[in-house]
Design a protein around this ligand. Sequence first.
Ligand SMILES: NC(=O)c1ccc[n+]([C@@H]2O[C@H](COP(=O)([O-])OP(=O)(O)OC[C@H]3O[C@@H](n4cnc5c(N)ncnc54)[C@H](O)[C@@H]3O)[C@@H](O)[C@H]2O)c1
Ligand SMILES: O=C(O)C[C@H](O)C(=O)O
Length: 308
Amino acid sequence: MKVTVVGAGAVGASCAEYIAIKNFASEVVLLDIKEGFAEGKAMDLMQTASLNGFDTKITGVTNDYAKTADSDICVITSGIPRKPGMTREELIGINAGIVKTVSSSLIQHSPNTIIIVVSNPMDTMTYLVHKTTNLPKNRIIGMGGALDSARFKYRLAEALEAPISDVDGMVIGGHSDKGMVPLTAHATRNSVKVTEFLSDERLNQVKEDTKVGGATLTKLLGTSAWYAPGAAVSGLVQAIACDQKKMYPCSALLEGEYGLNDLSIGVPVILGRNGIEKIVEIELSDAEKAHLTESAEGVKKTNGLLAL
Ligand SMILES: NC(=O)c1ccc[n+]([C@@H]2O[C@H](COP(=O)([O-])OP(=O)(O)OC[C@H]3O[C@@H](n4cnc5c(N)ncnc54)[C@H](O)[C@@H]3O)[C@@H](O)[C@H]2O)c1
Ligand SMILES: O=C(O)C[C@H](O)C(=O)O
């Protein structure tokens, strides 16, 4: 199993590290445009192999796509991150050009690959890859919901004063400060709905904290987060590589599901060896449906800024 990660920055390197530590891939190629940067990150990570006990071979290359040839899975993290006070949508001007060029170069060398898009604004970048490549829709996946759901669980555990392993929950919708739809009514603690333990007011706080999860970290760090994003990507990569048929919320191209068309947005999907093997349509309340529709309008507005 060969995985390429484009962008050896904060998220790309964290993603490569988690993939290696989980020890399911034979090879990870890190590629960056900055001379020597991916080579350095790869060498540093390889020097953790004996300490962390993995056999995955990590190599780094400067913009040499020939070395990525025949990758089973390619992850795109190249592009600029936001700074405090910015929205993800403001990154579109620079990141759209990068994502378009990178995805085309990847496909030239790995025509059968599955692409996971991470660069922001992620739903729009995922749509861009759908529009500018001829890959089947199951092979283009946007990562956002897995991360947002992990943050949702963190906030739920905090509110419940419970261990995170007791908690389950999912966030669908756009990966944006306003667009996320944390499914509070579906969230559980050991299969008991969290609505039995938390007041509407407290649950609403959990929801709002989840939605600004990325912005909160960006303010603290001066740039956006990388540990949880890297771990979330590694989860999707493992689900595909190991044909796990796990359900994750991912940005998928919709053709009528949830009453939505012609956009990529976060919905529950089954991930296996073929990428998105199924889009799962769950029952939503009227309020959740309305929030998802509003979220989709926001994503479409950003998609409208693409020069397609
Ligand atoms: N979808 C998500 O949940 C999620 C989570 C975290 C970050 N992100 C996004 O991921 C992106 C990367 O974030 P980061 O913190 O790793 O940034 P970073 O600046 O640390 O790393 C980005 C890397 O991309 C490289 N790069 C730029 N143009 C390139 C090109 N054409 N080809 C190859 N490499 C190129 C840069 O040299 C840099 O090393 C940002 O757009 C950020 O907003 C998304
Ligand atoms: O917040 C960001 O800009 C990065 C990423 O989308 C995140 O949610 O951590």
